[in-house]
Design a protein around this ligand. Structure first.
Ligand SMILES: CC(C)(COP(=O)(O)OP(=O)(O)OC[C@H]1O[C@@H](n2cnc3c(N)ncnc32)[C@H](O)[C@@H]1OP(=O)(O)O)[C@@H](O)C(=O)NCCC(=O)NCCS
Length: 206
């Protein structure tokens, strides 16, 4: 689940050294699969169950509009993880984004079913996304949008070398310049404090 106990603010992250990323594989019993007809239901349940959409129908509409409208990219760039009995337990995509006023590649819609979290599935998905990115000949820039509520994911993105985007308000961002500057400072203070808390509780447990 997203941590909705803290205020919601959107953030962006970016990475320029796209050839450098850790090499994680899936834990045993899980496999990567491409989209097959019907996966949209599992994807929608996954995203809604994690709190990433407000309703199941919103998730279904997003999959329809973003992914099913581009079947070729869907097959190449949307990754699903299946367990040993064929259930979809996670997904992530490499997708186009237009926040900066031109088409750029981004990491999109990362989610892992709660009962399978903490097994290294998201890390393996990200390695896979970078492999796809490079395999498709992209090389110089990748970004993502996220939110304060997703600080566990942001911690993973940091470990993959993504940096907080601290530049000017992107052209297609839903706030004005002053609000963006103010919010990005507040958001990163909150996120980094949550991550510090997590990392120090890990070292205390060692
Ligand atoms: C974030 C999410 C994708 C992680 O999936 P996962 O398969 O459990 O992640 P992994 O097991 O591969 O990696 C675990 C890592 O998450 C990070 N993490 C987990 N809990 C954390 C917490 N409370 N605070 C900070 N970082 C945390 C750590 O980096 C951890 O690595 P470590 O074990 O070496 O410390 C999953 O929790 C999820 O689906 N969350 C809700 C949806 C979401 O926020 N998506 C991203 C939108 S941008």
């Amino acid at each position: 689940m997203l941590d909705k106990s803290i205020p919601h603010l959107g953030v962006l992250m970016e990475k320029l050294d796209t050839g450098k990323y850790p090499n994680y594989g899936l834990p045993s019993g899980f496999t990567f699969v491409r989209y097959e007809a019907g996966f949209e239901h599992a994807w929608s349940q996954l995203q809604y169950g994690l709190g990433q959409t407000n309703s199941l129908s919103e998730a279904e509409q997003i999959f329809q509009d973003e992914f099913l409208s581009n079947p070729e990219a869907l097959l190449k760039k949307c990754v699903f993880v299946q367990d040993s009995i064929g259930n979809i337990v996670a997904s992530a995509s490499l997708w186009r984004g237009n926040h900066f006023g031109k088409e750029l590649q981004r990491v999109h819609w990362v989610g892992v079913l709660e009962q399978h979290q903490g097994k290294g599935i998201a890390k393996a998905l990200l390695t896979r996304i970078f492999d796809i990115y490079r395999g498709m000949g992209f090389s110089d820039y990748i970004y993502l949008t996220s939110q304060t509520w997703s600080y566990p994911a942001i911690n993973i993105y940091l470990s993959f070398g993504f940096k907080p985007y601290l530049g000017e308000k992107p052209l297609n961002w839903k706030s004005d310049d002053v609000t963006f500057d103010d919010e990005k400072t507040k958001a990163w203070t909150m996120i980094l404090s949550k991550i510090r808390e997590y990392e120090s509780s890990k070292s205390a447990a060692r």
